[in-house]
Design a protein around this ligand. Structure first.
Ligand SMILES: [Zn+2]
Length: 251
């Protein structure tokens, strides 16, 4: 998929894909996490979303066995603050203007936005987590790179606390983000990760994502998870078939 089509598939291409509501939603289409518009029916949302139903490289997945491999180290050079925060009706999303980069070997990705799922979308050894954050990057070669970080209950995380305290309670347009929202504050110390080829986990489920799920979770306060869960009791797609894919794990 070329860059233009990719941006379009990310929704809200309109005039300014990177600054205007670049959600992960299929443009104008109605979908939800439960009921008649739930994940089992996402393939019927619109033609662009057919792959949600018939794809063979869908995300998330349950990671069971992974192949130990010499994966390139992840090098984060993210911007230290966010631009805007939005409740887009599917999640709380934080947008960045010049979001900085992620390097993995020869691949370079630019951070565009990050958003949250409750509970986690990925499972590791049959274990789900209270939440998961996805850092969505665009790569120069027109694919996406998403860093997933699992979130568990423990010590408060200052950045997530700031997000929980300032996230818009109602669906609407984006507002200025708190300057204390430094995306790197949501990364664990450990840099081990799982790597596989997958998709967006929301319509249109485009199969253009280099998934990098960090092995170590971060800790966040239970009260902050509860605050998010009040807005989004369930915004996680169930695990999809692995089909012929392999999952690599950094040795
Ligand atoms: Zn996501």
């Amino acid at each position: 998929m070329d860059r233009r089509r990719l941006l379009k598939s990310l929704g809200g291409l309109a005039l300014c894909p990177l600054c205007a509501g670049m959600g992960l939603a299929s443009e104008g289409a109605h979908w939800s996490y439960e009921g008649v518009h739930g994940p089992d029916h996402w393939g019927e949302v619109d033609t662009a979303s057919r792959v949600c139903g018939v794809g063979t490289q869908q995300s998330p997945i349950a990671i069971d066995t992974a192949i130990e491999a010499q994966l390139p180290p992840l090098q984060f050079s993210w911007a230290r603050k966010a631009d805007t925060i939005v409740n887009n009706g599917h999640t709380i999303q934080v947008n960045l203007k010049d979001g900085g980069t992620l390097a993995a070997g020869a691949d370079r990705y630019s951070l565009v936005q990050f958003h949250f799922h409750h509970p986690s979308e990925h499972l590791v050894h049959d274990h789900g987590f209270p939440m998961e954050v996805h850092f969505v990057h665009l790569s120069a070669r027109g694919s996406l790179g998403v860093i997933g970080v699992l979130m568990t209950i423990g010590k408060p995380n200052p950045v997530f606390a700031k997000i929980a305290a300032t996230m818009p309670g109602k669906e609407g347009t984006s507002v200025a983000a708190d300057p204390g929202i430094d995306p790197a504050g949501l990364l664990p110390t450990g840099r081990g990760y799982y790597r596989y080829e997958g998709s967006l986990t929301t319509p249109p489920c485009s199969e253009t994502v280099d998934w990098m799920l960090l092995s170590d979770p971060i800790e966040v306060a239970e009260a902050d998870v509860d605050a998010f869960a009040k807005l989004y009791p369930l915004n996680a797609r169930p695990a999809q078939k692995l089909d012929r894919r392999f999952v690599l794990h950094s040795a």
